[in-house]
Ligand binder design. Sequence first.
Ligand SMILES: [Zn+2]
Length: 421
Amino acid sequence: MTDAGVRAFEMVAALDYERTAGSPQEAQAARSIVSALHSIGLSPHTQTFEIPLYQITRASFSVTSPASNALFFGVTGYGHSGNTPPEGLEAPFIYIENGEDSLLAQASGCIALLNIHPTPTLYHKMEAANVAGFVSISGAIDDDRRSTDLERRSLRIGRHVTSAEGGIPGLCIRAEDAARLLAAKPKRCKIILQQQTFFGQSANIIADIPGTGHSEETILFSAHYDSVPFSHGSYDNASGSAILLELCRFFKDNPLRRPCRFVWCGAEEIGLEGSRHYARSLSPDSLRQIVLNINIDLAGQLIGVNHAVVSAEESLCHILQFLAAHSEIGLTVRQGIFPSDASSFADVGIPAVTLYRTGAGGHSRKDTACLLHPLALQKTYDLALELTRYLGDSMVFPVSRAIPENVRQPLNDYFARTAGS
Ligand SMILES: [Zn+2]
């Protein structure tokens, strides 16, 4: 038994701080990963790229009618949504629940409260319905205000709305406040949202381990190292980043027939920016030579289940099931997509699999190293190691380089495209 889980946990502990995309802390985490790679004896390179960022300067919500119920609520503004005039936007209030068509039909010119964060499809429906502004409900009705944070979200609709463009301005509100608001039966309300959009910088870190044969067939590992606001991102995803380092350490001393490339992706949490940039930067030849992406996102909690989401042909599901049974590792396998960097790679034609372990506290201030344990990190490490040894050393690579239609369609939906675009 190696002590990979223990070393991975030490790395998670070293990254136990908020690392949002484009922040100095994200850059600090990148430097830690680079120095860990140097200590393994590898010479990584760093690929920097521009990312769209925003700064909210004003965000507020108030009820204007009935005047006797002029309630005010704490809100956060949706990044990249749109700005109201400086004096605010005053309009009729409507509650459209999950954005059902029958409710949307009455929402023209209104500020709409909705239960969910708008998907690209719902956002476009709200545009078509001429919704003036939206307020989405965040968290659960029984959240304790002292131990939870109102989310800071940005809109993902397949493009980034700049402050000059004028999308639908949006806010987030706590569920408890939304219930109080509905009970007050508001007729009209006012929202103010002022934000600036600009570009910042993030980075991917890339390390290569040559193969001993089959040099034209590379296995690409990925894990993102950024976090969401408020969160130390230990579970999501210092855990995957640390496991990748341990895999790197192993394969440096035990190379396979096929080369292994490791990419620690920046800025995943704001829309897979790092992996999409990396995928776009590949020449057609380099792209063709990548036969599989193994992405690790979420690992390390003792109470949990390991999952594999296969964005590739079904035979990879069977291989994973066989390996899990053979190595006595618990694993649930499904074919489809996972909202992580593997989707960027599948989108450019690379068969991909995401390994994740279920757990609690993701995307919240509770996500710190306290949630994790070396024994659980070791489980995901063992699974990834087993899979890579099998695939990396097989005489003929057993996964065809194809993205089947039942994966392609959800990818198109995820990236907010219509089929064929
Ligand atoms: Zn993640």
